[in-house]
Structures are given as structure tokens and as C-alpha cells.
Design a protein around this ligand. Structure first.
Ligand code: PFF
Length: 464
């Protein structure tokens, strides 16, 4: 007896799940750091261009492969080609996605810890005007200790595990339909507070007034890497989710809506972070520690006249990060789970258990690389930093080039156009309506994405 394949239940559920994958720590934690380090508005403009020219076409390409093949990412490409290069794109992406998961859960564990210490007032208690040493030692002691980060990471992994075992509709879709609207509400409330912070004016001008003298090759490369990371591209997540889409779903519109939501959330995160940062005079280039050292102080400084408000803003901010991290992590979790479930024909819950065990083990290694395993270096980087560099800077653009060439040149044009133009209750009308946009996407996949990505990749390798 063949088992009926899982699917999402509604278009809203699809939008929330896919947007949930995209909106994550990348938007709220990584985007303000990258923007801060690369000059603000000029970076934002290049980022938006990267989303439009590379992100949206590649997202449609992944949706096309997933919905056409209706199987997990690693097998999906095999259904479309038997050539050794093309048939393995999905597998390579799935392995990279699984590696991202292993360090993503570590940072998600930190976020969970900071939610707790904000809620119980510890962060507020450490506030001293103009002195961040309390926050510095809290963070340094926490990440370099052995057990505490492991405990929070394990807690986070269990949350993912139970969501995934509940299934595509009852787990992923249900959770996304509740968490994503909650995330938007928190975001809007926080932006509202932030616009009244003393540094609001400076924060806004940093984010919206471009200084093109800040534009360098490095800015462009970072903007492309950030766009890929933020949209969850090329790691098998979107392809796997699309395999649960119905034929009535408009792939181009979905990609457009998800990209717009993702970019808006990133900009709103900037609107929350930069006013707080400017009002407390923090160095914008403080890097990854921004969310854990600089921001707690910045929130308390910005609202120091009303202590309960600084507690509320800080607690809501970490709640926001937890929600965002969870909906993204489950999309990464789903990739190996669906693969193991469909390849080895074992129950979904068993497949998820296996993923959980491996994720806990590799996650522990990443976490400990901040402490007792800190002396182990791969190519001059700690294990944690190496995985992040390898997955986002090498694998994402590389898989992006392969996907663009595969869908743009190798797959038959008619197969692509037919799949992408099939949507709505009456696919024939829809085919006419959607044709123009799908040909634009195909053009970008053929001519623009491979060239820009190749240049970016050579730039990363230091060749140009
Ligand atoms: N897009 C997620 C974020 O912005 O945090 C991270 C991510 C999820 C990257 C899934 C890659 C991926 F496949």
C-alpha cells in the first residue's frame, strides 16, 4: 500500500511556513550586524537588488523543483536529471542545510537563555550607564561554559523535534500560523517603542540615507550572502516545503510575497536595533555580540527613565528572536527528516529522532568550540565559525550557481513554464496571466544569476 504524501492545508499556512523559514535569526540578529558593519543604507540598497535579481528567481527555481518532483530535496533533482552533476544538487544542499542546523541551534539556545534572563530581571540588574562590563562577562561566561549553553540548546532542539514529529500540517503549518502573526505583532510594538527612543533620528538616517562611498566589493559580497541566508535559499528547505504545496499555489507570487515579508522584517529589525544603538553610543561594528552584549544595555539605556518599559522591550525582543529562530530551525530540520523518512522507509518520528540525536551531538561540538574545544581550528577558524563560513559563503553561492544553470539551461523550458504557470482554480487562465513573470524569472535564472553569482564566488575566493 502506498502512503499518501503529506501536504500543507491552506495557502495561508504555506505562506506562513515558508516565510517562517525565511524570517529568522538572519533577519533580526545578522541583518543589523551586517548593515552596521557595511555602512547602513548603501548596504540595504545592494541587499534589495540581490533579493530582486538573485533571491526571487532562485526561490521560484527551488519551488519549481520541489513541487514538480513532490519528494524531499535530495531526491527531487534526481527526478529531473540523471547527470551526476545535476542529480546531486539537492543532496549537497541538504547536507549543507543540515550543517547550518547544527550551529543554528546553538545560537538559538543563547537566544532562549537571554529570553529567560531578561524575563527574570537579570539583564535589567546588570545595567550600569556607560559600562557594558556586566553584559560582557555574562555573555563570555555563558558561551564558554560547558553545560549551560548545551542545556539551552537541547531545550531548543526538543522544541523542534516535537514540532517536526507532529507532522507537516499539525506541526510545521500549525506552529507557523500561530508564531508568525505573533512575531509580526511583537515587531510592530517594538518598532513603535523604538521610534520614540532618543537615538531614533540618527538610527533612521543611518538606515535610509545611503553613503555610496561606503560601497566596496566586500559590501556587495556580504549583501549577496546575507540575501541568500535570509531567504533560506539553496539548502533544500524551500524545495522540501514546495513538495508539500498543492497545484493551486502560484509559485511566483509566493516567492514575491515571502521575499517582501522577509525584507520588511529585516528593515523593521533595523528600526528596532539602530535607534537603541545610537541612543547609547555603541560601536556599530561590534559584530555578533551585538544582540547579547550591546543591545541589552542599549535597551535599558534608551528607556532608563521607565524601568518596566526597558524590561518589556528587552523581553519582547528576545521572545521575538526565539519565535523567529524556531520557525527557521524547523525548516532546516525538515530537510534531513523528509530525506531519511522517504529513503529508508522508516516512520517520520524515527527519522526525526535520528536527526535530533545527530543535531545534539554536532551542536554540542559547535557549542563547545566557544569553550573547551576552542583550540581546535579548521583553516584558522573555530569549528563554529568555520561551519558558518563554509555553509553561507561557499556552499550557498555554489549551490545557487548550480540551481540557476540547472533550471535555466538544463531543464526543458516548457517543463519549467508549465509548472510555474500552473496555479489557481482554473490553470488555463492562470497560465496566460502568469506567463510574463515566469519568462522574466527564466531570463534572470539564465543570464543574470549565474554571472553575478560566479563573480561573487570568485570574489569570495579572492580571485577577483
Ligand atoms: N533564513 C534563516 C534566517 O534568516 O535566520 C536561516 C536559514 C534557514 C538559512 C534555512 C538557511 C536555511 F536553509
Amino acid at each position: 500500500m502506498t502512503q499518501k504524501r503529506a501536504s500543507f492545508g491552506s495557502k495561508f499556512g504555506i505562506l506562513m511556513a515558508a516565510a517562517g523559514s525565511a524570517v529568522g535569526l538572519g533577519n533580526i540578529w545578522r541583518f543589523p550586524i551586517e548593515t552596521g558593519q557595511h555602512g547602513g543604507a548603501a548596504f540595504l540598497l545592494v541587499y534589495i537588488a540581490a533579493i530582486a535579481l538573485l533571491g526571487i528567481p532562485l526561490m521560484v527555481a527551488e519551488f519549481f523543483v520541489g513541487r514538480n518532483a513532490r519528494t524531499n530535496a535530495a531526491h527531487a533533482y534526481r527526478k529531473l536529471s540523471s547527470h551526476p552533476v545535476w542529480r546531486n544538487i539537492g543532496f549537497i544542499g541538504a547536507i549543507s542545510g543540515s550543517l547550518i542546523l547544527c550551529y543554528y541551534v546553538v545560537v538559538s539556545g543563547w537566544v532562549l537563555k537571554y529570553f529567560v534572563v531578561s524575563l527574570d530581571g537579570t539583564l535589567g540588574g546588570l545595567f550600569r550607564p556607560g559600562d557594558a562590563s556586566g553584559y560582557e562577562s555574562l555573555f563570555a561566561d555563558f558561551v564558554s561554559s560547558s553545560w549551560s549553553p548545551l542545556l539551552y540548546m537541547a531545550l531548543f532542539v526538543l522544541m523542534c523535534h516535537f514540532t517536526i514529529t507532529a507532522g507537516v500540517r499539525q506541526g510545521i503549518e500549525k506552529l507557523s500560523k500561530i508564531f508568525m502573526p505573533a512575531l509580526f505583532v511583537i515587531l510592530i510594538v517594538l518598532v513603535g517603542f523604538s521610534l520614540f527612543a532618543p537615538g531614533a533620528q540618527e538610527g533612521l538616517s543611518f538606515l535610509f540615507h545611503p553613503d555610496f562611498s561606503k560601497l566596496t566589493t566586500r559590501t556587495v559580497l556580504s549583501a549577496i550572502a546575507q540575501a541568500f541566508y535570509s531567504l533560506s535559499l539553496c539548502m533544500g528547505c524551500l524545495c522540501t516545503y514546495a513538495s508539500y504545496f498543492g497545484k493551486n499555489v502560484n509559485l511566483v507570487n509566493s516567492a514575491l510575497s515571502i521575499s517582501v515579508i522577509d525584507t520588511l522584517v529585516a528593515i523593521m529589525a533595523g528600526l528596532i536595533v539602530f535607534p537603541a544603538v545610537f541612543s547609547s553610543g555603541i560601536n556599530l561594528e561590534s559584530g555578533p555580540s551585538l544582540a547579547f552584549i550591546a543591545l541589552p544595555g542599549a535597551f535599558h539605556q534608551a528607556f532608563s527613565a521607565v524601568p518596566w518599559l526597558s524590561w518589556l522591550v528587552s523581553t519582547l525582543f528576545y521572545a521575538l528572536l526565539v519565535l523567529a529562530a524556531l520557525t527557521s530551525a524547523i525548516s532546516l530540520y525538515e530537510v534531513p527528516t523528509a530525506y531519511i523518512h522517504e529513503t529508508w522507509h522508516i516512520r517520520r518520528s524515527r527519522a526525526a529522532l535520528l536527526v535530533t540525536v545527530v543535531c545534539l551531538l554536532l551542536g554540542a561540538v559547535c557549542s563547545l568550540s566557544m569553550g573547551i574545544l576552542g583550540d581546535i581550528h579548521l583553516f584558522g577558524k573555530t569549528i563554529f565559525d568555520f561551519l558558518d563560513y563554509f555553509c553561507t559563503t561557499i556552499m550557498m553561492p555554489l549551490c545557487g550557481i548550480l540551481i540557476a544553470i540547472f533550471v535555466g539551461w538544463i531543464v526543458k523550458r516548457d517543463v519549467f513554464l508549465k509548472e510555474v504557470n500552473t496555479f489557481g482554480p482554473n490553470p488555463t487562465d492562470a497560465a496566460q496571466a502568469g506567463r510574463r513573470w515566469s519568462t522574466v524569472i527564466l531570463f534572470l535564472l539564465r543570464w543574470v544569476a549565474p554571472v553575478l553569482l560566479l563573480l561573487a564566488f570568485l570574489g569570495v575566493l579572492g580571485i577577483i
